[in-house]
Design a protein around this ligand. Sequence first.
Ligand SMILES: C[S@@+](CC[C@H](N)C(=O)[O-])C[C@H]1O[C@@H](n2cnc3c(N)ncnc32)[C@H](O)[C@@H]1O
Length: 322
Amino acid sequence: MFDVLRVARQLERAVSEEPARFHAMEADAWVTGLPGPGDVQVGTGREPLWRNLGYWRDVERVDESNCERVGALFGAAQARLAHLLATTAGLTRTDHVLDCGFRYGDQDILWAEAYGCERIVGLEVTPHHVRVGRERMRMLGLDGRVRLELGSATRMPLGTGAFDVVFALESAIHFDTREDFLREAFRVLRPGGRLVAADLCQTRDRETGLGLRRRLRHRYWRGRYAFPEANVWTTERYRSELRRVGFEQARLTSIASDVFPAVNTALAALQGLRAAAHPLEPRALDRVRAEVQRARRMEFEQLQWLTRFNCDEYLVVSALRP
Ligand SMILES: C[S@@+](CC[C@H](N)C(=O)[O-])C[C@H]1O[C@@H](n2cnc3c(N)ncnc32)[C@H](O)[C@@H]1O
């Protein structure tokens, strides 16, 4: 028994201690039709390369009638999540923005173009993301306003009090650790600056009393997805960590019901289309539709964020540096 646990811990360490390696090696395309991250081709610079679960309120949800359009629908929900963070922060064109875990910079393009932000700095731990992100900014003429840097959100190579807004769009869960990130975010914010994040956690303590099988399962999946055990927090823990670091006016708003069920169905459609040799051939599409129908009928407790990671909450977090 002890050995099994030790192997699980080693496995977890192998990936979660090197998030850059994990994120660079992810092989799956997130949006139908896109190549995997290892061979991302930048054409116009506007190809959607998001990697978040999306905010599906007022976005057409994927079902049996539209599943072949899942790529566009998913992209719309992912952009909507970036808009939600921007409006939560009350983003203005003069704000100096830091974006932690930008991946290929989709949200930075959106914030620069839709909100007119004149200065965005991005921090990313995966070199490939930084290279592609910079190339996109150059192609779109945004490189003067969006500066993308290689570095960790847990040890920011940035001066104190330099930013009005720090964003972490579904990335803080991967930072080793989230607590270090909060401390750094507080340091680089000016007094009156805002931290805004989209993040996963637990509505209540779901860890205590778990059996060995479930503990091993969660450890395995968290390890595979570069989700350090230290970041398994409840909403209350999140609030108290923000307070401990010095943040005030913390608001933690649940959007779980507009995230998990809809993205579960979208993922079923994506996986089905990817697995089909000829996705638009009627029989292949029927199989995808059956998968989508099955996914739509799933209970909340069956969704993968609970079964794999034991996370039942998706929050928009905002807090102020006094
Ligand atoms: C789930 S992706 C989110 C990407 C993007 N915000 C989006 O919504 O499409 C998480 C990103 O965080 C990055 N990351 C992980 N650990 C990091 C760290 N310590 N510092 C900065 N970025 C990190 C990963 O490389 C990955 O690109």
